[in-house]
Ligand binder design. Sequence first.
Ligand SMILES: Nc1ncnc2c1ncn2[C@@H]1O[C@H](COP(=O)(O)OP(=O)(O)O)[C@@H](O)[C@H]1O
Ligand SMILES: [Mg+2]
Length: 254
Amino acid sequence: MARRRQIYEGKAKVLFEGPEPGTLVQYFKDDVTAGNGEKNGIITGKGVLNNRISEYLMQHLHDINIPTHFLRRLNMREQLIREVEIIPLEVVVRNVAAGSIAKRLGLEEGTRLPRTIIEYYYKNDSLNDPMVSEEHIAAFNWAAPQDLDEMNALALRTNDFLMGMFAAAGITLVDFKLEFGRVWEGEEMRIILADEISPDNCRLWDTKTSERMDKDRFRRDLGKVEEAYQEVARRLGILPEAGNGDLKGPEAVQ
Ligand SMILES: Nc1ncnc2c1ncn2[C@@H]1O[C@H](COP(=O)(O)OP(=O)(O)O)[C@@H](O)[C@H]1O
Ligand SMILES: [Mg+2]
């Protein structure tokens, strides 16, 4: 069989042409970067875990009528997704102060925020994904005000659902990043959740010990990164009891 045509290679994933128009294959790599590529590494097995975790979370979001790009998992490292026109914003939802907001506002990490806060960052690697406001988003037409309202509503519903799901697993959802995209159904445009939801773009803390179970382990050289991702999967009940199988996954892309 012919190799799939590669559409894009990013820092953590590769996108290939899908089997039908309007679909893509999303391949999860083991590569990890932080500080917009300043720090690089490989975490063996990460791609397999993120593929599975993102599948699991997006399927549950679909079940509560939150539209996502996820169609089905193809193998250990690949999933079939709907192709979207990515809205060039990172939508960050924060429940507890950590990372940049703690630094920027002088808050102690771990302080519960007075309410859930949504922030927007303009997706642009060469500018280091700067934080932007609704004013910038409207003025530069990255998203229409009603589209932003829709993204906010979806982000808050996603937050409520994920907070509950992680809480049941003894994990505090500190914050996370979402990406959205547009799809057209006839004349109608809809906004759906895209990209991935995984420990690469969520801050997940053990509720009892506050131990980090996410990419901060890599950013801050805390070690045991793969083990932490695996523990997230295990607590969500999505690792087979008989070990983690072949975390390297199939190499060949047909
Ligand atoms: N359903 C989708 N359709 C088109 N592009 C997508 C979809 N989901 C995610 N993307 C884009 O694919 C890329 C995923 O690869 P990733 O390694 O995360 O890239 P990056 O280094 O740009 O963050 C991102 O640029 C993301 O915006
Ligand atoms: Mg990315």
